[in-house]
Design a binder for this molecule. Structure first.
Ligand SMILES: [Zn+2]
Length: 278
């Protein structure tokens, strides 16, 4: 698209291109249901009575033998059914990352939740939609998932499902020398994550500082329960999918690092959810 704008062509050649833009705009007119889709998404109807578990861990969850997500995650049991996460994390929330951008007239470029691509075939253009969803309980558990489909709604459902299956535990703490409150409101130490060319470093910040990161990246930290953070980034940050994956990589590195006991108390280090809420 950008190269077309830079090189103005004769008006005769421009005609078929304008027709092409019209067709893309036609596809985009279906999207304004986007707001409705998000509104529907905020109230996930969890109906576990209709669920027939197929895996061993699924059956154990439905019976009530397994009651915490920690016992599933700590043993590296693969989660293959999204209802396991629904049952064990009742107050789960989901959000969508703005990975795409609108096309069409007036410059386009506004960020959208649907990444829209087109494949050229002999029958015509075949559009495809993709979304990046994040889920979390704002208290130590998050997951990120990517979903792609030829329609908008299945793409969102696929991504939310994929995010639930990829749920992981996050550790928190307060590693800020300006704060030292020993409460888990930030990260316990600086961590770096990488995906593609994108490198993201999360650093502990004092209480009340807020999330000093990219606004899309802040969504995942918010759903993880991290309230204050400073950050540094290198590489192509505009590629949101890679930025989010780098953030996930950093959060997973937090869990991989083992601390000595003297540091766990000094940093207010906690893994997973915090029971006593203030
Ligand atoms: Zn603090």
């Amino acid at each position: 698209m950008a190269t077309k704008k830079q090189e103005p062509k004769p008006a005769v050649e421009k005609m078929p291109e304008e027709e092409h833009i019209e067709t893309t705009a036609d596809v985009l007119t279906e999207i304004p249901a986007e707001e409705e889709i998000i509104a529907k998404n905020e109230k996930p109807g969890i109906d576990l009575s209709a669920w027939t578990p197929r895996t061993t861990i699924g059956k154990a969850v439905k019976d009530g033998t397994v009651t915490s997500l920690d016992s599933v995650l700590d043993h590296n049991i693969p989660i293959l059914e999204e209802q396991i996460v629904d049952a064990l994390l009742p107050n789960i929330e989901s959000d969508l990352i703005l990975v795409g951008q609108s096309k069409g007239k007036f410059g386009g470029g506004q960020r959208r939740i649907f990444k829209q691509t087109q494949r050229k075939t002999s029958e015509g253009n075949k559009p495809s939609f993709a979304t990046l969803a994040i889920i979390g309980n704002r208290n130590g558990y998050v997951g990120v998932g990517y979903g792609k489909s030829r329609e908008t709604v299945p793409a969102r459902e696929k991504s939310v499902r994929a995010a639930k299956l990829r749920v992981f535990k996050v550790s928190r703490g307060c590693g800020s020398w300006e704060c030292g409150c020993r409460e888990p409101h930030s990260v316990p130490f600086a961590v770096t994550g990488k995906s593609g060319s994108t490198t993201l470093t999360l650093m502990p910040a004092p209480k009340g500082k807020g999330l000093v990161v990219d606004s899309e990246c802040a969504k995942i930290l918010r759903l993880a329960g991290i309230k204050d953070v400073w950050s540094k980034s290198f590489g192509q940050v505009r590629t949101k999918i890679n930025l989010i994956e780098a953030c996930v990589d950093a959060l997973k590195t937090l869990m991989k690092t083992k601390l000595r006991e003297e540091y766990t108390t000094a940093l207010g280090y906690r893994e997973g959810p915090i029971r006593a809420q203030h």
